[in-house]
Design a protein around this ligand. Structure first.
Ligand SMILES: Nc1ncnc2c1ncn2[C@@H]1O[C@H](COP(=O)(O)OP(=O)(O)OP(=O)(O)O)[C@@H](O)[C@H]1O
Ligand SMILES: [Mg+2]
Length: 265
């Protein structure tokens, strides 16, 4: 089993979209895939079409904080992740707005930052676990990244993407203090608009500078219509638009991720 967290503290860089679509492709190829939504926005949950009532008990909350007993005391001895939802061939542990309280409550849990890592390592029956953190450097992101074996960095080919790189690298170094084997496996280039000179130049800079740190993927093109329509339908891109260029690009990047994982072994 390999545990991958798609980390970039910057917002809107396609963490969630990429997890949804790559997760789908890996599952379609026969791997047993679990997606874990660690973002109170719950976009991954919604975009996979999971819209029935979700309670805190269905999320990572009980595993990282514990379940209150009859007296209201926290029993933190079990560390069990809840049964996942099954959708599009994927298992999903959904999120809820209220997982935001983990940010505060985890601070009073002894060695709290390791809790998701420990819970995930008790899972059985998965080949791949993909974790979607929120766009922040708070405790939810720390839990998510520390739980990983390897980090995938979604990166838009623009100024925002370039500006965020030093912080991403610095933070992975910080998180390594709690998860020493952690490393960046792949930069997944997202939202690439090859018609603009700005994106082409950013892509050139990324191609020149980042491979010394980790491989870079071929770019996922900017396709606003596909991405917003797939969200509304609650479908991964390969389900919403099979055979489209968007679908083919995602399959290509999924293959590159598998190659990068082989190389990282
Ligand atoms: N290749 C693409 N082409 C066009 N739009 C895209 C593409 N990839 C993602 N988007 C859009 O960009 C926005 C941000 O994507 P997404 O929510 O996946 O990023 P995120 O990093 O998870 O965001 P957050 O930081 O809020 O969690 C979404 O509206 C999504 O539809
Ligand atoms: Mg997201």
């Amino acid at each position: 089993m390999v545990v991958l967290t798609f980390f970039n503290h910057a917002g809107g860089v396609a963490k969630t979209s990429t997890i949804r679509d790559i997760g789908y492709v890996l599952a379609e190829q026969g791997r047993r895939v679990l997606l874990i939504d660690m973002d109170p926005q719950a976009n991954l949950t919604k975009w996979l079409g999971i819209d029935e009532d979700i309670e805190l008990a269905d999320t990572v909350y009980p595993a990282v904080i514990g379940t209150p007993d009859a007296e209201g005391d926290l029993d933190d001895s079990n560390l069990l992740l809840p049964s996942p939802r099954r959708v599009h061939g994927l298992d999903v542990i959904p999120a809820h707005l209220n997982i935001a309280i983990i940010e505060r409550e985890i601070l009073s849990v002894f060695m709290g930052v390791l809790r998701l890592r420990e819970a995930v390592r008790r899972l059985e029956g998965y080949d791949v676990v993909l974790i979607d953190p929120p766009p922040s450097l708070g405790q939810l992101s720390a839990l998510a990244v520390v739980a990983a074996d390897q980090v995938v960095v979604p990166l838009p080919t623009n100024r925002k993407g370039l500006d965020g790189i030093p912080t991403v690298i610095k933070m992975v170094r910080e998180y390594k203090k709690a998860a020493p084997g952690l490393r960046i496996t792949l930069f997944v280039l997202t939202q690439h608009d090859k018609r603009t000179r700005h994106d082409r130049e950013s892509h050139d800079i990324i191609s020149a500078q980042l491979p010394s740190i980790a491989p870079i993927s071929s770019p996922l093109a900017s396709r606003p219509a596909y991405y917003s329509d797939a969200q509304v339908e609650g479908m991964p891109i390969p389900v919403y638009a099979p055979g489209s260029d968007a679908d083919l690009e995602i399959r290509q990047v999924a293959a590159e991720l598998l190659t990068a994982l082989e190389g990282a072994r």
